[in-house]
Design a protein around this ligand. Structure first.
Ligand code: KG4
Ligand code: ZN
Length: 337
């Protein structure tokens, strides 16, 4: 039996989980700093690091207690080494390396995006390679050809804002809390009218995306409809629906293009925006394609995706010991398993 501890601290979530080859995910604990950063309208890096320091050890204890295993029972410790906030990454890296040293166990640095890419392996229905991954989070909107685990080519990217960022910035215009994606999604359910918003680059036959124009168009629309302070609830619902339709249309169109261009028939969707139900409904309507998602609770940042990525790297003996963190870390620099 192999047991892996996973530690995620790249941004504003302290996530710790334990994955075992026999029982799958045996413990998963998460502390989200959303309430802390909400008052500033975005993540404040220094506050994030300090909160990770406060929460990580109690969470680690809670994780071991809930898994009913001792620290000495684990085989290796996986942690997010990048990309992410430097100070935040260092907290997870420090705890992972300190614990590994004291237990004399190996430590496995994990690329945060590889964690998101492999998170669908936590679900009942698992993909097999090759697959196309649509990775949509607060920081990324990428289409990745996963030829084998660890062999990643980025075939599509955003030229400016990420899809999650577009949700968050337009949500802010509607005075919604940070991060606003899930609030836009909740309000969009009640929308009855779709206003015209741009779907940038959707007519182009390449895999590039762009979402920054949506902010200006949304700001103009809000002003046209009387300003955010003067509109009724239904008008806000309609704007939320219009935003969600515009973003998801672009993502679906580009995912379809990527599948067609590569001839691959499996699609994996992960990252925070993969929790979006409208996106899921539109993707499931693509004929001839099987779509895989992480379990809903593992769409946004968590320790379980780091534990499973660590497990896959550990069993393939494909990892390098390192204490350094990499706030900038190209996905394509990984070694194939
Ligand atoms: O993967 P994630 O937790 O963090 C990053 O690595 O960025 O993704 C967070 C992003 C945020 O932009 C958030 O607004 C978005 O995911 N998000 C959603 C939904 N839930 C989270 N966007 C649209 N619909 C949702 N239901
Ligand atoms: Zn993430």
């Amino acid at each position: 039996m192999t047991i892996i501890l996973g530690i995620e601290t790249s941004c504003d979530e302290t996530g710790i989980a334990i994955y075992s080859s026999e029982s799958g995910l045996v413990a998963n604990v998460l502390y989200s700093q959303i309430a802390l950063h909400n008052q500033y309208g975005g993540v404040v890096p220094e506050l994030a690091s300090r909160d990770h320091v406060r929460k990580i050890i109690p969470l680690l204890d809670k994780c071991f207690t809930s898994a009913k295993i001792k620290a000495s029972d684990i085989d290796a410790i996986a942690y997010t080494c990048g990309p992410g906030l430097n100070g935040a990454l260092l907290i997870g890296a420090g705890v992972a390396n300190g614990l590994a040293f004291s237990l004399n166990k190996p430590v496995i640095p994990i690329h945060h995006l590889e964690g998101h890419l492999l998170s669908p392996f936590l679900a009942e229905e698992k993909p097999s390679t090759p697959f196309i991954a649509l990775l949509v989070s607060g920081g990324h909107s990428q289409l990745i050809a996963v030829n084998s685990i660890g062999n990643y080519s980025i075939i599509g990217d955003t030229l400016d804002d990420a899809a999650g960022e577009a949700f968050d910035k337009t949500a802010k215009m509607l005075n919604l809390p940070y991060p606003g994606g899930k609030y836009i999604a909740e309000m969009a359910q009640y929308g009855t009218e779709i206003h015209k918003l741009p779907r940038p680059m959707v007519e182009r036959h390449d895999l590039q995306m762009s979402f920054s124009g949506l902010k200006t168009a949304t700001a103009t629309l809000i002003t046209k409809l009387g300003g955010v302070g003067n509109m009724d609830r239904q008008t806000k619902y309609n704007i939320a629906k219009s935003i969600e339709e515009a973003i998801t249309d672009v993502l679906v169109k580009k995912a379809m293009l990527a599948l067609k261009a590569t001839g691959i028939s499996q699609l994996v969707v992960s990252g925070g925006v993969s929790a979006n139900t409208t996106l899921r409904n539109k993707l499931s309507a693509i004929t001839g394609t099987k779509v895989y998602y992480p379990p809903l609770q593992f769409c946004t940042d968590n320790g379980a995706m780091i534990a499973i990525a660590g497990y896959m790297r550990y069993t393939a003996a494909q990892y390098d010991y390192s204490f350094s963190v990499k706030p900038r870390y190209p996905l394509t620099s990984l070694d194939a398993i």
